[in-house]
Design a binder for this molecule. Structure first.
Ligand SMILES: [Zn+2]
Length: 386
């Protein structure tokens, strides 16, 4: 059994201990006592140094705690020191979770079903959906309780007693209870701050519906401050592009987006009109050939809607056949007027089939694609010879 020093003093960051057991290469060691918290109950493990060697992972093996090291540990008597910044941050997020979960239950009967403390942010999953207004109310209430600086205490009770817990525990025997004064009692083996003021600001962010639950992302302490700073910087950058005050930025972005859509629609309309005019121009500028048919062949980089509009406009005239050849990707468009004697769909389909291409269409308009340039040349040749 490893004595868990963090159970009774979450603020202990350095300690001395004796090595009780170790792996043959002495990179996995077991101590008689430790302040290193192992990954457990949603809270990540501590890192730090043991006898000057990096502790890279801490694993709870029920009775014993394994310290996974970056190198072999030579000593039998060691000094341990945990990375306090990381640990204190975990204590803030973890205590913040107790507080937030209690507030969500009190205000909206939203019970916490799971908790995850991540490297960037943390989440609680609650059993019911909440409105944005309710989330804001919970965030406000949680921060008020932070300002009240209520004591957070640890006590031990037997599971047979009436424990008055927020969430029933399945633990038998001695139960470690973490309590926030007049708010919350939870069975928990994690590390917590000693008063709610030390949690610092609590900021709720993203909400996600996950399998019938609501996942609430939240940040406490310096994480909340850092995030608010990053949000400010991002919003400032947006506001600067409009030379506008910060608070006007969201409305300006929305207005600009609508304007852009409007402009795109107008642009599309003009491009189509231009293509149609070009089609008419090609038609009048083309001398009728055999059988009075006007034929035009256009080579263009890529087939587009504009080319279709141009083709449609061209074959709106009498006795007209329009062929467009797109280079990249290799593709063909064939259009024919009803009185041209050409069935564009059938003609293109047979030309494509012999070149390994795909496509088809109606009597008036057909389109197809081929695998490569030589297939394209073969299709064009077949079409030109008919
Ligand atoms: Zn806890």
């Amino acid at each position: 059994m490893t004595e868990r020093l963090y159970y009774n003093d979450s603020y202990l960051s350095d300690f001395r201990a004796r090595v009780m057991d170790a792996s043959p290469d002495r990179t996995r060691v077991y101590l008689d006592r430790t302040a290193f918290y192992p990954a457990s109950g949603g809270q990540p493990f501590d890192v730090g140094k043991l006898g000057g060697v990096d502790v890279i992972e801490v694993v709870d093996e029920e009775g014993r705690i394994a310290h996974v090291l970056g190198a072999a540990l030579a000593q039998e008597e060691v000094a341990g020191v945990i990375d306090w910044r990381r640990r204190f941050d975990h204590m803030q997020q973890h205590t913040g979770q107790h507080l937030l979960s209690a507030v969500l239950l009190d205000l909206f009967d939203a019970a916490t079903v799971s908790f995850h403390l991540g490297a960037e942010s943390s989440t609680v999953d609650v059993s019911r959906a909440l409105e944005a207004e309710q989330i804001r109310a919970a965030e406000r209430r949680a921060n008020e309780i932070v300002f009240e600086n209520r004591p957070v205490g640890v006590s031990y009770r037997h599971s047979s007693e009436d424990l008055g817990l927020r969430k029933a525990t399945e633990r038998e025997g001695e139960v470690r209870i973490v309590a926030i004064q007049d708010l919350d009692r939870s069975a928990c083996g994690g590390t917590h701050v000693r008063a709610t003021g030390e949690i610092g600001p609590i900021l709720i962010r993203k909400l996600d519906r996950i399998r019938g639950n609501l996942r609430i992302e939240f940040l406490c302490g310096l994480r909340a401050v850092a995030r608010a700073r990053a949000d400010f910087d991002a919003l400032s950058a947006v506001a600067r592009t409009f030379s506008a005050p910060l608070d006007d930025a969201p409305l300006l972005v929305e207005t600009q987006r609508e304007k852009l859509l409007e402009t795109e629609r107008a642009h599309r309309k003009l491009a189509t009109e231009l293509a149609q005019a070009r089609g008419r121009e090609w038609y009048t500028g083309t001398t009728p050939g055999v059988g009075g048919i006007r034929r035009v062949e256009r080579r263009i980089p890529t087939l587009s809607d504009d080319v279709r509009a141009e083709a449609q406009s061209f074959v709106a005239g009498a006795k007209a056949v329009f062929l467009a050849i797109g280079e990249e990707p290799p593709a063909i468009l064939l259009a024919a007027s009803a009185d041209s004697g050409v069935h564009a769909g059938n003609l293109l389909k047979s030309a494509l089939a012999s070149a390994g291409g795909r496509g088809g269409g109606s009597a008036g308009m057909a389109q197809g694609s081929v695998p490569d340039k030589s297939a394209l040349a073969a299709v064009v040749k077949a079409l030109e010879s008919t």
